[in-house]
Design a binder for this molecule. Sequence first.
Ligand code: GTP
Ligand code: SPV
Ligand code: MN
Length: 583
Amino acid sequence: MNTNKAVQAWVDEMAKLTKPDRIEWIDGSKEQIESLKKEGFRTGDLIELDQEVLPGCVYHRTAVNDVARVEHLTFICTPTKEEAGPTNNWMAPDEAYNRLGKIFDGSMKGRTMYVIPYLLGTYGSPFTKVGIEITDSIYVVLNMLIMTRAGDIALKHLGDSDEFNKGLHGKEKRDLERRYICQFPQDNTIWSVGSGYGGNVLLGKKCFSLRVASYMGRNEGWMAEHMLILGLEDPKGNITYMTGAFPSACGKTNLAMLVPPDSFPGYKVWTVGDDIAWMRIGEDGRLWAMNPEFGFFGVAPGTSMKSNPNALLTMKSNSIYTNVVITPEKTVWWEGMGVEPPKKAWDWKGNEWTPESGEKGAQPNSRFTAPASQCPCISKEWENPKGVPISAIIFGGRRAKVAPLVYQSFDWNHGVFIGSMMGSETTAAATGQVGVVRRDPMAMLPFCGYNMVDYFRHWIKMGKKIPNPPKIFNVNWFRTDEQGKFIWPGYGENVRILDWIARRCSNQVVANETPIGYVPKPEDIDIKGLGISMKDIDRLLELKKEDWEVEIEDQKKFYEKFGDTLPEELNREYTNLKKRFGL
Ligand code: GTP
Ligand code: SPV
Ligand code: MN
C-alpha cells in the first residue's frame, strides 16, 4: 500500500490526465502476477505457453509497426537545445508536455492504469534509484516485474522521500505519427506514448537507467553506461571483472554468459549484468560496477545451446517471449535456435508460417525477458550493492574491416578517445537501415541523456579522479573475409581474448606498440583447439593504413558536429593518432 504523499499526488495528476476506469497498484505478489496473466490471456495480449515445457512462460506479439526502439522519435527535453547536444533529438520541455499531454488526454478511458513502483539497484542501497512507471499495458507490467525489483519493496525503499523518477507510458493507438519517447532529465521524468515495444516502454531500461541516469551520474560523480559486466575466472581461481560496451545487438548478452570451449579448460565466466552498468569510485580507489537491473531482455534469434546455452537455460521458466515463432504445441522457435523448425507454426505477425515460406518466422529483434537469478552462471556478487571492482573496460562493435580483433589503449584518455571513435554497423535493435557504419561513442549514441561533448568531458574527469583506473580495450568479433564470412569463430571462443585482456591487466604479457595502441603478439592468442590458423590470426590483427585513413576522416566529420566545444584532450589524441600513422 502506498502512503507516500508525493507519489500519490503525482499518480492522481496522471490519472486526471489519462482518465482510466480503474487504477491498480503493483505490489509484486505472486497472486497479482497470476491474475494479470489471466487478464492478458483474456484480452489476447498474451498467449499462455505449454506450462510443462515452459512453466510460467507467456508469449506476446507487438504491433507490426512497433518492433524496435525508435531513435527518430526519442527526445531529450532539456531547457536548452545545447544541453541535449548535436547527437540527440531535442524538444523544449513545455512543447513536449503539451504535445504528449494532448495524446495522453483521456487515452486510458475504459482501461486500467497500472502503477509500478520499481528499483534500479538493490533494496536499501544508497546507490539505488527509485522509479514509478504508470502504464496501461499488462505486458509492460509483467516485463518490469522481471527486469526490475518492483512492487511494495520499492515503496518501502522510497519511504516518504519525493525523489523518484516519474514515468508515464501509454500504448495509445500505437500509431507512428503519435509515438514519442521523451526524457526530461531535469524533472526526473519520462513520458512515452504510442509504442508497446521493449526499450520504448520499459522505462526502467534505456530511458531511466541510461538517459536519465547518465545525467544524474554526471551531476553526482558516477557513470551510467551501456555495458555488460562479467567476471573471468582463470584456472587458479582468480576472478578479473570487466565491463563491455557494444552497441545494441552486438554481443553483450552473449559475452556476459560465455561458456569457454572444452579446448580452453579451467576458465569460467560469471555474469553480473548483460546491458547496463552503473559505476562508482570505490574506497579502494578502483572503479566499481553494479547492475541496476533484475532480468535480461535479450535478442532471441541466434540464441542456441551452442552459441549461448546459459541464456536458453535462464529463459526456461518464468519468462516472456516477444515476436518469436509460436508452434501449435505452444512452444517457441526462432532462426538460429539450433533445433529443427516446426513444420507449421505462426510467425511473429500471427500469420501461418512454414520453414519453406522463405520468410523469417521470428522478427530479427524478437526478444526474451528472463529473471537474472535463473541464470546458471550468475555471479555470486551480482546483487552486491557496491558491485564488483573493474580491471578492464572493453569497447567494441561490428566492423567488417578496420578494427582488429583486440587492442589496448595507451592510457585512460587514449581509451576515452577510442570509445569516442567507436563505429558499428547498425542492427535490427532500432528501426531504420541495418548494416551501415555509424559512429556510436561508447555504444551510447542513442542513450546519452545530455550533450555528448559533456559526456566525453565527464569520462576524462572521472579518469583523473580514479586512483587505480581500469585498462581500456577495443574488440571486434566481426571482421570478415573476401567472401563476407566472419573470420573469428566468436561466442565461447571469445574467452581467448578475455584471457589476453586479463593477462594484460596483471602485466603478464607484453604487446606490440602500434599507431592505434597495444596489439597482441599473434603467438599470445592461444589458438589450441580453435580450428583457425595463425594466418587467420594475422589477418584478424592486421592494421591497414588505407582503412584507418578513411576511419580518421570519418571521425573528423563526427567530431565536427561539436565544433570547438570538443575537449582539448580528445583533439590531442586525434592529432597524435594521425601523426602515428604519418598522416
Ligand atoms: P542488446 O540487447 O540489443 O543490447 O544486444 P547485445 O549487445 O546484448 O547483443 P547479443 O549478445 O544479444 O547479440 C546480438 C547478436 O549478435 C546475436 O544475433 C548474436 O548471435 C550475435 N553475436 C553475439 N556474439 C557474437 C560473436 O562473438 N560472433 C558473432 N559472429 N556474432 C555474435
Ligand atoms: C538495446 O537496444 O540496446 C536493448 C534492447 O538492449 S531495448 O530494451 O529495446 O533497448
Ligand atoms: Mn542494450
